[in-house]
Design a binder for this molecule. Structure first.
Ligand code: ATP
Ligand code: MG
Length: 571
């Protein structure tokens, strides 16, 4: 796990074992340039693990282009599974890749564009005696396959003639056979210790409507067969995938060695990103959505790209995170705080700063005098004068944060307390003269006096260390503020075992407090902010106007992106 905290600017030249291979291939002339691809299956929204893969593949293109190579990166939908794929996902995935700051070369590509060619290559393999039509049922197939201890057995249909196989395969395509009644299998080696090489199925019969080819096909190619040929047809130089495909590489290479295709991409595997306190599996994320445990794929608590976007994470923050995760073959288990840290770092310089009060307590400034008591303007960012300034108005009634006042202050307290003084940010020093409580003893108001000589100046003869944020009650506007916490209460929600040794349902570890909605107050200057405007609320954290709901009901809606400090790291 990488926890380096160098500044973004310092992290320019990326080194990893894949780039070492690429550098060598370019230096030796094996390839004049790189062509990589990102190949999602359109069966869900992209998550943070995909973001890592996107940053890797598109990052290689961008960086090698910057070094003078005509590098490219394709976006290809691996749409060989007609039942699970939907156009909604196809659209969302494109939007996510663009939002992350990347663009693909040529049009969007689909494995289904290659169905006819894949079919022709299957006929070629049959013609070479390297594929056969099998009639074993799925159960028989499993039995014949063996396992790690037991070698497989040849299918009784393995020795059909080329003519018979061709005839049967054509009739499979023509729709003469029932779903699942026949498959096309490669003839490799049932005794291989690698189960992927035990005569793998490359075509199955499935009468299902495909999101692009409609009902044109009733046979569909399998992933392993489709992927390598699609890569080769696109002239991919380096086919980067996650480690679980390491054992599939011999099959990837076998297919390309046995069809006439003239291109043989190199498959290189790297470890999957695993993020603690969340799940990164489209299947599990899908469950959260369909069981309404979250509010859709883009719920700000989701580790999806669209969820992170709605949460207020910036593309630069996610890219910085991906860079820090690094690329290797060792397990890549990363704490959520690394992602939050990268996001926080990018927002630090980007987000204008304003004041908001989320849990207000009313303060009456007893010596406030209209026309005499002045106000100042304040910059939106201490280091970016180009962000501009706004007036920070004061009035007789103001709000401060409830936890900036303590009747019985703990040692070292620098905020407000009875008889004590504190500075209002960009304004006066005030002193608490009286605490007003309701019948239950709850503090409902503070009566304070301001020192008129302290607007923008230090008080004379004494030091006031504390500075708190505040708002003028009559100038502030109300806002809905959604306070998000981590979605799960345990590090690995999908890896907790019960007493019987079985995995427990990950959904039982959902943090029921992961969303709290409050009505708070913000400076009036945010009234006209567009959706997806990111701000720092001073002393509180980073917040973003909600993409969907902001201003829709007439008032601002903010999502808390991340706090100002890591409040989760183990002490
Ligand atoms: P999931 O298990 O969530 O469905 P997947 O690997 O099946 O993920 P694909 O759509 O097939 O999803 O993945 C597209 C690309 O993203 C693949 O190259 C895959 O290796 C990569 N990818 C998916 N998950 C991760 C991850 N956690 N870390 C890094 N890369 C990933
Ligand atoms: Mg997959």
């Amino acid at each position: 796990m990488s926890t380096s905290h160098a500044s973004p600017a310092a992290e320019t030249e990326i080194k990893n074992f894949i780039r070492t291979v690429i550098d060598a291939d370019l230096a030796s002339g094996k390839h004049p340039r790189t062509i990589t691809r990102f190949p999602p299956e359109p069966n869900g929204y992209l998550h943070v693990g995909h973001a890592k893969s996107i940053c890797l593949n598109f990052g290689i293109k961008d960086d090698y282009k910057a070094r003078g190579y005509a590098s490219e990166c394709n976006l290809r939908f691996d749409d060989t599974n007609p039942e699970k794929e939907e156009d909604e996902y196809v659209q969302a995935i494109q939007a996510d890749v663009r939002w992350l700051g990347f663009d693909w070369d040529g049009g969007v590509r689909y494995a289904s564009d290659y169905f006819e060619r894949l079919y022709q290559y299957a006929e070629e393999l049959i013609g070479k005696g390297l594929a056969f039509v099998c009639e074993l049922t799925p159960e028989q197939m499993r039995e014949y396959r063996g396992d790690f201890q037991v070698p497989g057995r040849n299918s009784p249909f393995r020795d059909r003639t080329v003519e018979d196989n061709l005839d049967l395969f054509r009739r499979m395509r023509a729709g003469e056979f029932a779903d699942g009644s026949r498959t096309l299998r490669l003839k490799i080696d049932m005794g291989s210790p690698n189960l992927n090489l035990r005569d793998p199925v490359i075509y199955r019969i499935r009468r299902a409507h495909h999101h692009r080819t409609g009902d044109a096909w009733c046979i569909y190619p399998m992933y392993d067969y489709t992927h390598c040929i699609s890569d080769a047809l696109e002239g991919i130089t380096h086919s980067l995938c996650t480690l679980e495909f390491e054992d599939h590489r011999p099959l990837y290479d076998w297919v390309l060695d046995n069809v006439t295709i003239g291109c043989h991409p190199q498959q290189i595997e790297f470890s999957r990103l695993e993020l603690l306190y969340t799940v990164t599996s489209k299947r599990k994320l899908n469950q959260l959505v369909t069981e309404a445990l979250v509010n859709g794929w883009d719920d700000p608590r989701m580790p999806t790209v669209s969820g992170m976007r709605r949460r207020g994470y910036s593309p630069a923050g996610i890219r910085l995170f991906a860079e820090r995760c690094g690329i290797s073959k060792t397990p890549n288990v990363v704490d959520l705080s690394v992602l939050e840290g990268a996001v926080r770092e990018t927002l630090e310089a980007e987000a204008p700063r304003v004041m908001a009060v989320l849990d207000p307590i009313k303060v009456t400034l007893t010596n406030f005098e209209p026309g005499t008591t002045g106000s100042r303007s304040a910059p939106f960012h201490p280091h970016h004068p180009e962000f501009g300034e706004r007036e920070v108005p004061i009035a007789r009634e103001i709000y401060i944060e409830r936890d900036d006042f303590a009747e019985v202050p703990p040692p070292g307290w620098q905020r407000l307390t009875p008889g004590g003084e504190v500075r209002l940010r960009y304004s006066y020093v005030i002193k608490c003269d009286e605490v007003v409580k309701d019948a239950d003893g709850r503090v409902v108001e503070l009566k304070c006096s301001l020192d008129p000589a302290t607007l923008g100046q230090n008080p004379v003869g004494r030091k006031v260390k504390g500075v708190i944020h505040w708002l003028s009650a009559e100038h502030a506007i109300e806002a809905e503020v959604r306070l998000y916490e981590r979605l799960f209460t345990v590090e690995r929600p999908d890896a907790v075992r019960g007493e019987d040794g079985q995995y427990l349902d990950f959904k039982q570890f959902i943090n029921t407090e992961s969303l709290r909605v409050v009505t708070g107050y913000v400076e009036a200057c945010v009234r006209d902010a567009a959706p997806e405007s990111r701000y720092q609320f001073e002393r509180l954290g980073y917040f973003v106007t909600d993409r969907r709901d902001h201003a829709a009901g007439g008032r601002p809606v903010f999502n808390r992106t991340v706090g100002l400090k890591d409040s989760w790291s183990k002490s």
